[in-house]
Design a protein around this ligand. Structure first.
Ligand code: XIL
Length: 316
């Protein structure tokens, strides 16, 4: 038999995975492919474990969405990636509008992360503890956490996650850190300083939201520079979007682009796995966010494999 997870495994990778959002849970044909372990050996909840989903009002936790994704992973014997503790987006308004002082927001953030990571203790391979902490120039993004707590929010939330689950691999995750450049250098410097202060950091997550025909040529070099810091690396949210409409030429370029991204991970032992941000164009987040763009995934809207699928297989 063949499949993306089988190809990843043959290349020495721990998993090949997909995001899963809750609307997909009632789509039987969709779930059948997602549950095929020849294809997918890891899942990430696309929304279900975010702050607005898990603690919509202060101290009131709702686990329904995240637990539903966990149940699928458990049933199938797939690894699970937790996503995410400290992120500026999809925060409930009680956090963003709260105007808390440093001590109060620190305890809110630490409690949130301890509670969420603790709820899933023992069931999670890796957590995106911090998401999207950087600006494009490599400086820190001025989120509510950074502005109120300062850069130490990052080590504080990492310690909280470690305390809640000693075995989960703790990651910092971001986009536009696929190739080398100012933002990736910012990440390198952060990991160095976290290591210097002995903060618990295990991995760098490269989201991999890319554009057909514009995939950086320095992905392998960049993965290598992260790996040299003594952390593992994962590609966590891969999708390669195109301007619509879809054409055979764009699909062929997309195949090459997927192949090159996968090859970069395959060539570096510290790159443990790749997750695509859902597997079918039917459930991609791209059309709702990037005007006129879409079709970024290896299966089309009718759950039919695209050339990109073969690109992934060839890349491993
Ligand atoms: C996206 C989800 O896929 C959408 O359903 C949601 O509306 C917005 O967030 N980077 C991340 C992910 O880390 O959490 C985002 O997921 C995509 C960009």
């Amino acid at each position: 038999s063949t499949g993306l997870a089988l190809s990843a495994k043959a290349a020495g990778k721990l998993y090949f995975g997909s995001a899963l959002d809750n609307p997909g849970l009632t789509d039987e044909p969709y779930l059948a492919i997602l549950s095929d372990k020849n294809q997918f050996t890891q899942l990430t909840p696309a929304n279900g474990m975010k702050w607005e989903s898990t603690e919509p009002s202060r101290g009131v936790y709702t686990w329904t969405q995240g637990d539903a994704v966990l149940a699928v992973a458990k049933k199938n014997g797939q690894l699970l990636r937790g996503h995410t503790c400290a992120w500026h987006s999809q925060l409930p308004s009680w956090v963003t509008a709260g105007n808390f002082d440093n001590a109060t927001l620190t305890s809110i953030m630490v409690d949130h992360c301890k509670t969420v990571v603790g709820h899933y203790k023992g069931q999670i391979y890796s957590w995106d503890v911090v998401n999207e902490a950087f600006n494009e120039d490599g400086t820190f993004r001025e989120t509510v956490f950074y502005n109120t707590i300062g850069p130490s929010y990052i080590s504080k939330v990492l310690h909280a996650a470690r305390e809640a689950d000693h075995h989960a691999k703790l990651y910092i995750n971001d986009y536009n850190i696929d190739g080398t450049g100012a933002k990736s250098t910012g990440m390198v410097n952060l990991i160095k300083s976290l290591k210097a202060e002995r903060a618990p950091i295990d991995g760098v997550g490269i989201q991999g939201h890319l554009i057909v025909g514009q995939v950086p040529t320095t992905i392998q070099a960049n993965i290598e520079q992260f790996a040299a810091l003594g952390v593992e690396v994962a590609i966590t949210e891969l999708d390669i979007r195109m301007e619509l409409p879809v054409t055979p030429e764009k699909l062929a370029q997309q195949k090459e682009d997927y192949k090159n991204v996968i090859k970069a991970c395959a060539n570096v032992p510290a790159c443990v796995g790749v997750t695509i941000w859902d597997y079918t164009d039917k459930y991609s987040w791209v059309p709702s966010v990037f005007d006129g763009e879409g079709a970024p995934l290896p299966w089309d809207e009718n759950l039919v494999k695209k050339p990109a699928y073969d690109g992934i297989v060839e890349g491993f």
